[in-house]
Design a protein around this ligand. Structure first.
Ligand code: IMP
Ligand code: MG
Length: 190
């Protein structure tokens, strides 16, 4: 099955948006005890850029989330690791995500972090798909709302590929002749 990329969000638009988000976070968390919790692997590049735009003191922690999908949807089983070694009591926690799709990962994180006794909890995601926009999650910062496409680049992967692309691209799959036409890929998530 052939696959190709279509540029969705160029590097310069990402850079401008990340800068604006970082400044907004710095202003809105001023005087608070900001703790960023970065969700690996997908958010690594976004988080690295975002952090450098936040001009107030903060702590950084990393956790890993993986939801094992069938087709393009996550299965509903979200495996989180690294939660137990966090010390977030009294902190103003901002979770940094690459993309909200079904929102299951974020909901699992919210539940998992609740027992840490943080003062506040909010989410910052670079991308948000339509299904997640309809959910009742404390999403305080969104880089871009996008259509329900599968995207790669700027940290996001398809089977561990494409994370290194500086822009964000739609991944398009074309079934062979006589096939079902354009199809979405079964992603390996993380
Ligand atoms: P959710 O739990 O369905 O919201 O899925 C969240 C996770 O699935 C994200 O953090 C990504 O790791 C992965 N994911 C969802 N959509 C995409 C996509 O379009 N490209 C790459 N990864 C994705
Ligand atoms: Mg991810």
């Amino acid at each position: 099955m052939a696959e190709w990329l279509e540029l969705l969000i160029p590097e310069r638009r990402i850079r401008a948006r990340v800068m604006a988000l970082g400044r907004q976070i710095g202003a809105e968390y001023s005087g608070k005890k900001l703790s960023l919790v970065v969700v690996l692997k997908g958010a690594c590049i976004f988080a690295a850029d975002l952090m450098r735009q936040i001009e107030i003191p903060f702590t950084i922690d990393f956790i890993t989330a993986a939801s094992y999908g069938e087709g393009t949807r996550s299965s509903g089983t979200v495996a989180l690791s690294g939660l137990d070694r966090l010390d977030l009591a009294g902190r103003d926690v901002l979770v940094i995500e690459d993309i909200l799709d079904t929102g299951r990962t974020s909901a699992a994180l919210r539940d998992g972090l609740q027992q840490h006794g943080s003062a506040t909890f909010a989410l910052c995601t670079l991308l948000r798909k339509p299904a997640a926009a309809a959910l009742d999650l404390p999403v305080a910062y969104v880089g871009f709302d996008i259509r329900d496409d599968f995207v790669v680049g700027y940290g996001m992967d398809y089977a561990e590929r494409y994370r290194n692309l500086p822009g964000i691209h739609r991944l398009v799959f074309e079934a062979g002749e006589g096939g079902a036409g354009k199809q979405k890929p079964p992603p390996k998530r993380g």
